[in-house]
Design a protein around this ligand. Structure first.
Ligand SMILES: Nc1ncnc2c1ncn2[C@@H]1O[C@H](COP(=O)(O)OP(=O)(O)OP(=O)(O)O)[C@@H](O)[C@H]1O
Length: 320
């Protein structure tokens, strides 16, 4: 049973750029005919590089923004037309923004939201207890939001989105900037929500988050969907290679002829501003061998094997 139905969604932004004495009008096609569905109870990962169109999609799906074309129907409603009724059904977290009252204790935000959503007292108490248990809110309930650490604030933020116990959650980068421990807590809680049947729409830059949680993923790039399916399916399709990241020693960023030759031989990417070389560990490249070879010709500070970034994944999809 589908809870989200998106068809041919389009959104353009008009921006004006100064060109000499004139102002030039430019249209940014943020979403170009996007179509997808989300099943009730699904945990969907929505990923894409910076500027791909993720936030624009979420803004339309949460009713903040009206599309220029196409349609979005969520739980039988058109979000941007039936906002009042609709917002009671959804919970939203924008990792980069806050819906908490900055100078008030966390608890007061929840009381205000209770009144806004018309949550009965007994349901409210039950829900706050549940949220407090799972998000460890007790220690922060009576502290003003401005005093909280980022991790504490994000837990408080998630709870705010859930005061009215919505069935569908939109989370835009809810783990951004969190340390490993805080991130783990948030991800655990999202898993718990999903096991209770919630439908979750999660945008993130981090493939690890997706791997830990999502059954289905959508990848968007330049306003168009480039993949919809499972992460397993994506791995089979792109054969995601891991990457050996080499950090050069400060002051040794400019490469000589042999260095450049190595970059070319391994089809590596090099950013001379920060002295980082990325080598895809595909095929015959063994990490230890590659590292040894590079060490012979460059001054190296550190090695690390990393998972491919979203940008890598998108690049590989395009290459195919
Ligand atoms: N208010 C706006 N005015 C003009 N252009 C905008 C506006 N909001 C977004 N854009 C542009 O639309 C495109 C899509 O932006 P969007 O914020 O949806 O991407 P995103 O995938 O969420 O990116 P990020 O991961 O960096 O948050 C980008 O090119 C962006 O610069």
């Amino acid at each position: 049973m589908k809870i989200v139905n998106v068809e041919n969604l389009q959104k353009n932004y008009t921006v004006y750029q100064r060109k000499g004495l004139l102002r030039e009008k430019r249209i940014i096609r943020a979403l170009q005919n996007i179509s997808f569905t989300v099943n009730r109870g699904e945990f969907l990962g929505y990923i894409g590089p910076n500027g791909a169109g993720k936030s624009t999609t979420i803004k339309i799906l949460t009713g903040i923004m009206t599309p220029d074309g196409g349609s979005a129907i969520v739980d039988g409603m058109v979000p941007y037309r039936e906002r009042k009724r609709y917002v009671k059904k959804i919970g939203v977290v924008f990792g980069q923004k806050t819906q908490l009252w900055w100078d008030l204790p966390v608890r007061d935000t929840y009381t205000l939201l209770k009144a806004i959503y018309g949550v009965p007292e007994s349901r409210f108490k039950e829900q706050i207890n549940y949220l407090s248990d799972h998000l460890e809110l007790e220690e922060i309930m009576d502290r003003p939001v401005r005093q909280l650490s980022l991790g504490q604030r994000m837990r408080a933020e998630l709870a705010a989105a859930l005061v009215h116990d919505p069935e569908l959650l939109f989370l835009d980068e809810p783990t951004i900037g969190l340390d490993i421990v805080s991130k783990h807590r948030v991800l655990q809680f999202l898993r718990e929500l999903h096991s209770r049947g919630k439908t979750i729409f999660l945008t993130t830059h981090d493939l690890k988050d997706i791997e830990a949680l999502c059954q289905e993923i959508l990848i968007i790039n330049h306003g168009s969907l480039v993949y919809k399916g499972t992460l397993e399916g994506l791995k089979v399709m792109v054969k995601l290679p891991r990457v050996l990241r080499i950090q050069l020693r400060e002051g040794a960023f400019s490469l000589d002829g042999r260095g450049a030759e190595f970059i070319e031989r391994y089809a590596a990417r090099y950013d001379p501003k920060i002295g980082i070389i990325d080598v895809e560990l595909s095929g015959a490249f063994r990490p230890a061998n590659v590292a040894r070879e590079f060490m012979q010709v460059m001054e190296i500070e550190d090695f690390r094997i990393t998972d491919p970034s979203i940008e890598d994944v998108v690049r590989i999809i395009y290459r195919k």
